[in-house]
Design a protein around this ligand. Sequence first.
Ligand SMILES: [Mg+2]
Length: 271
Amino acid sequence: MTRALLPVAADVSARLAGTPLVSMLDVDGTLAPIAPRPDDAAVPPETKRLLAALATHPDVTIAFVSGRAAADVERLAGVRGAWIVGNHGFEILRPDGTPLTEASLGTARDAIAAALREITDAVASMPGVLIEDKHWTVSVHFRLASPTVAPALREAVRRAADRHGLRVMEGKKVLEIRPDQDVNKGTAALQLTREVFAGRQGSVLYVGDDATDEDAFTSLRAAMPMAVTARVTHDEAARTAAEFALDDTNAVAEFLGWLAAERSIPTLGRP
Ligand SMILES: [Mg+2]
């Protein structure tokens, strides 16, 4: 059972009052409403304005966390001063664009490329399946495909991944093929937070809507019990490791507005 994050209760407000405040936000389904095609997704202008205002505050760190490639996240959500975690944690970029860690992925790209070729062949007969090559990972989207193709698609993707020693994760109408390494949104969230904290005790926020965000909820709550974790869902009985829930992307924007007001950050269009 999760608690509603809005309206923000006093105990939660206190947990978010530390400095620095590291705010990690998933993008698709959290900031940007889910679009039928990933290329059509967009962060609403009001949300982007709030993010830009928050990211300029010296005590607030904004980080976008996504399964998309970092460059794609930058295009979709990027605001000056924000960190970007792309490819489910395989890429972590500081606000100036430099990587937090050098990727130790070795020959992982060769395996990804080989699996990509096989999957491309396998789905040629499955209309509506979209393949996205993100270099270190591959997304196979089936939101636009007939539901009847899902079993055969899963089977084809799993077979290709197994053959090349890769892992498969399933999200909302998407299969993700990734290197067989213990890297995920959870490991990235901890790494980024520790880097920004630099030994200080600040506040931590993580908001996400998908299965891949569960790693972050679990890791943060285990390592930093005061972290505020929220899953974007209408379902109060949703199985989630997050402590709180936000209804939808509008509720996320409303919460970001609250956060800006708490820090007395001026945002255009708001009193
Ligand atoms: Mg998402």
